[in-house]
Every structure is written in structure tokens, then in C-alpha cells.
Ligand binder design. Structure first.
Ligand code: MN
Length: 266
């Protein structure tokens, strides 16, 4: 009877039409003597798969970020990284990025609603600082583990060899980049969709280069060389008039490609 309760509750809660139909079908089958238990559980499994897929595609609302649970215990990376570091790093540091990002997103939402952008610089900085912190830590935690694959294979290995000549050379460059980050920051392996290659970047602190883990769609150059000859110190006028020459076909095309990348939401 547990299965029946589960399906019924899904039918009540799920907004998804496909899941609804499958749940209805399963309930019918459960009342049908010709249908086997095996058949029921196969259907239930396919409903569970659909639910997982929907969960992976859900958006994170403004102010709705959450600390992802670690996929292993705090002591799991010992002796290389102590339990105490892992606990503080995840529970305190990462949590504060999540809180700061949520606060910035809600403050910007309020600014849009009230059309009051006096604090835009402050909140954009907070958005970048905490957003970069949250997104990068999500990558960091899930790229480690007590047991796991210690060397890439397949497509990623071939790309590393193509981009850096060899896996050993990649490791040397990545380690050197990490050791020589000025002050605090990160070493990051990235895929460059423009050059179709991998690259290693240093992020000093991490907010200077945006949130990371995001894909630009529309960009406005406000370096002086972009407007000074014509607008002199009237940067605001340049920005306002720039909207007359925007062609949204490029951002639209970029969005279509970029939306193929969707990580598990946190
Ligand atoms: Mn950290």
C-alpha cells in the first residue's frame, strides 16, 4: 500500500503533466488484476526519474540559494584536508556566501521595484563577491571525494592534451597558477566556447571577474576608449543612447546555446 500512497501524493503535488499521466496510469494498473507488481515498480521508477529530471531543471528564485549538502562526510578527505577545515569551510564560509548572495539578490529586486538604484554599486559588488563564492564552492566540493577518479579519461583527457600538450604539463601549469595567485583566490580550469579549447585562469579574490559559472549574453563596453572621443565625460548619455543600436539577435542566439548548460540548482 506504500506505493499507492506515494503515487497518490505525487498526483496531488506534481504540476507536471507527464508525471500526472504516468501516476494516473500506475494507479489504474494497481487496480487491474492482469498487471504485475514488476510492471508497477518499473512505472514508479520512471516517475521517480522524471521527478529527478525536473528537480535538476528547476530555477533558483532570487534570494532562494541554498547550501548544497556535501556528498561525503567532513572527515572523508583526511589526512589531506582535516575534518575541522571541511566543517568550517562548508558550514561557515560557504553558508555566508549563500546568505550574502541571497541578500544581494533581494536588495536588487527591491531596487527594481522601487526604481531606486542609489546603492547599485554596492549590491552589484555583493552580488559578484558572494555569487562567485557560492558558485565556485559548488564546483569545488563536488570535484573532490574520498574515492573517485584521480585522472580524467576520454573527451576531457583528449582536450587537456590538445590544450596543454600533456596531462603532466596541465597539472604543472594549474599548480603553479594556484601557488602564485596574488593574495587570495582560485585556480580555475575553464572551457572557452569561443576558442574551443580549455584554459587555466587565476582569480585574484574572486569577484573581480564576475560571478564565474555564468555565461555572458549582452555586454556594454564602458571603457573610455568606447565613448570618450564623442561623448567626453558624458558617459551616462552614451549608455542611454547605446540602446538605439542594440541588436538582440546575438544575445538571443547566445541564450539558446547557453541554456543547454544547466547545473543542479543550489
Ligand atoms: Mn573557500
Amino acid at each position: 500500500m506504500q506505493l499507492k500512497e506515494w503515487v497518490t501524493s505525487i498526483q496531488h503535488v506534481s504540476q507536471d503533466e507527464k508525471i500526472h499521466r504516468k501516476a494516473e496510469n500506475l494507479l489504474l494498473k494497481m487496480n487491474d488484476d492482469r498487471s504485475s507488481e514488476e510492471e508497477w515498480y518499473a512505472l514508479a521508477e520512471s516517475i521517480a526519474d522524471d521527478m529527478k529530471e525536473i528537480e535538476a531543471l528547476r530555477d533558483v528564485a532570487a534570494g532562494g540559494h541554498q547550501l548544497p549538502p556535501l556528498p561525503y562526510q567532513y572527515e572523508a578527505l583526511e589526512p589531506y584536508i582535516s575534518k575541522e577545515i571541511m566543517y568550517l569551510h562548508h558550514q561557515k564560509h560557504h553558508q555566508s556566501y549563500v546568505d550574502g548572495l541571497n541578500e544581494a539578490e533581494l536588495a536588487l529586486k527591491k531596487a527594481r521595484r522601487t526604481n531606486d538604484f542609489k546603492m547599485i554599486k554596492h549590491w552589484e559588488r555583493e552580488l559578484a563577491f558572494h555569487g562567485a563564492g557560492h558558485y565556485l564552492h559548488c564546483i569545488f566540493w563536488f570535484s573532490m571525494g574520498p574515492s573517485g577518479k584521480r585522472k580524467p579519461t576520454g573527451q576531457l583527457l583528449r582536450l587537456i592534451e590538445h590544450s596543454f600538450d600533456s596531462y603532466e604539463a596541465f597539472k604543472s601549469q594549474f599548480s603553479a597558477a594556484a601557488k602564485q595567485v596574488e593574495g587570495v583566490g582560485w585556480a580555475i580550469l575553464v572551457w572557452a566556447p569561443r576558442s574551443h579549447r580549455l584554459e587555466i585562469l587565476q582569480a585574484e579574490r574572486h569577484q573581480f571577474l564576475s560571478q564565474w559559472d555564468v555565461i555572458p549574453l549582452l555586454a556594454l563596453d564602458v571603457w573610455e576608449h568606447a565613448y570618450y572621443l564623442q561623448y567626453r565625460n558624458e558617459k551616462a548619455q552614451y549608455v542611454d543612447r547605446w540602446w538605439n543600436v542594440v541588436d538582440w539577435r546575438e544575445p538571443e542566439a547566445r541564450l539558446k546555446q547557453a541554456q543547454q548548460v544547466k547545473w543542479t540548482p543550489f
